[in-house]
Ligand binder design. Sequence first.
Ligand code: AHR
Length: 658
Amino acid sequence: MNITSLYKASLLSLCISAGSSVTAQPLKVLSIDSKAAGVAVQPTMWGVFFEDINLGADGGLYAEMIKNRSFEFDTPFMGWSEMKELRGKGAYLVHNTGSIERKANRHYVRLEATESSGYGIVNEGFRGLGLKKDMQYNFSVKARQVGVSKVGLRVELLDDTGQLLGSAEIQPAGNEWTEYKATLSSKATVMKARVQVRLTGPGIVDLDMLSLFPQDTWKQRPGGLRADMVQLLADMKPGFLRFPGGCIVEGRTLDERFQWKKTIGKPEDRELIINRWNVEFKHRLTPDYFQSFGLGFFEYFQLAEDIGAEALPILNCGMACQYNTGEVVPMDQLDPYIQDALDLIEFANGPADSPWGRRRAEMGHPAPFNMKMLGVGNENWGPQYIERVKAFTKVLKERYPEIKLVNSGGTDPDGAKFEFLNGALRVMDADIIDEHYYRPPAWFFANAGRYDNYKRGNTKVFAGEYAAQSKTIASSENRNTWYCALSEAAFMTGLERNADVVTMASYAPLFAHADGWQWTPDMIWVNNLKAYGTPNYQVQKLFSLNKGTRTVPLLSDGRPLEGQDSLYASAVLDERKKVLIMKLVNGGGVSQRVSLQVKGTRAGTRYTQTVLSAAPEALNSFDNPEQVSPVSQELRATGPAMNVTLKPYSFNVISVPI
Ligand code: AHR
């Protein structure tokens, strides 16, 4: 019998028992003492992990619609082609200036039309361009006429059948590079449109930095982020935003590592590099995946601020990904890496007249971002990591003792590599260790008590990347099933119960484009027009919106509930809102009844039960984005306890005003 039919069978048996007025299970007594001393829940407890994987940035959150806008990809004309109907009426030629000063933007394209019909090129966008009916789009281009040419330009939006949806005219004047802008609107909503730029007659024009953004970006910022994607994050009220990853921090080689200084300033001056996920998985090759850094460190800080999250940047520690080349920088050449960290702190927090603070101010944010945490390395391990992290720590702690440093706990939550790191970092009295868990659902259920007897002390744990894998790690068959999400909820009750050990947690990865992903499962799926939260997103959001300020013991027979009868639970008090919040997971296929014994409850006490429940294999999708979504009910106690039904395979949040 598969899990779905088990679920149906258990529902059937429930219906039968309800009909014969026999309760499915005896009432399980849970005692909750909201006055007993608990531990503080940090405001950072539940956050989000962003990485430019699965077209997370270019083609995703960064709303630019033109791929390879400045012809800087390794194959400079990738993403572009000639307009079919004007083939033979002219030519294109990519020029490489080889410029040292303008290393970030060496290429441009020359278009020459030889006939009155004109000539043009087409951009395919990121798996097409998603256009919305009547939406306005900002187009911009750098252009110059060549020689005596005086030809005009026409920008056109087309659907997948070639029908014209919108157009605009531009008249470049003179032989100097000048930026031109135009606004277009679309006559229809189309998932996979294209954009073309044509010369309206004979002539020669040079073009560079061709860009198209919708006007409905997040906060309507020109050149900004996709509003629907940011909204899903904002709705979670995350405690922190970790960026830019993930393995992208390390790079396949040190040359391809993430260097924050190359991601700030004018977009055309940000030096594009290959995205390491371009070639990572042979079964999911993504040859057109590059990092334009239009979404750079300034924008990450700004995003964190917008959604009320603490910024948590992670920097390269002088080591490339150890699954790839494992290159390290020699210890006597580590200084520039440490200097990058010092400069980043000044960029984020320094006064507007400090050298790096000025760069931030010039980008439009004179006030400091007030960064409080910084990560040194991602998934790095071994003595070479400890050696490097010690060097970083010494310098950073001397200059900025108030900044908490996040250190790598490696790739796995157990095993020799983890034990070595965990031991060495604790001897160093590290602030925070970043543990990662990509494991099957059974592991998450079984580890709900992982932190109950964990070493307590100054060193805290950041559950920095986790996701239940329905098949196995890195399998393209992994799915964001409800059962996976439920197992994460069970595990998260253990994190919450031990909020003095685990002070931060984030699901990973965050975003995936349906037509351009490399890694699954992911928390939020998008296509060119829509975005939806998976069941895992719904779990994360419920925890985050109900994080409370202090833990409260919730006991069954004097013990925490961490798997007895497939039940898992934790409780917190929100001292500001004066609400007691209990989280209960029923990981089994049989409905259960629990009696929540909270002092002060009497007949008529009002409480709210919010439930996420579904068949184990249930998924959300573009067509059915709310298949697994919370349902809330106002209830009243009938006596001195709240007797609550926990549906099969359910996550329940129960709130009582105190
Ligand atoms: O989340 C995907 C990848 O998983 C991250 O880049 C890396 O840190 C981990 O191995």
